[in-house]
Design a protein around this ligand. Sequence first.
Ligand SMILES: [Zn+2]
Ligand SMILES: [Zn+2]
Length: 97
Amino acid sequence: MECPYCGGDCVNKSAVEIYLDMVEMFFKYKDEDSEVTYRKYPTVGEVGECKKTHGRIWLCPYCKKPFKENYKLKEVTIQCPNCKKTLCIPATNRTFC
Ligand SMILES: [Zn+2]
Ligand SMILES: [Zn+2]
């Protein structure tokens, strides 16, 4: 798995495994009709930090590709740059107003 920033070996492989395990549970119980965003869409995986740029690396549970974190202020969802699926941003980046 290549780092989306520098193409190097920055992705934390055990974080990827733990995340993919967890997200399987989400797909089992997800609720398409829910009013709650976090039950409708999976949360993006946080799978490390680029050693060169210190950018955070995110992982899409659909295409399983790492990409650069790209959250926008006040938004709780993003689109995977590869497969264009809707994903929730990780809790650490959530902002509530
Ligand atoms: Zn990197
Ligand atoms: Zn994707």
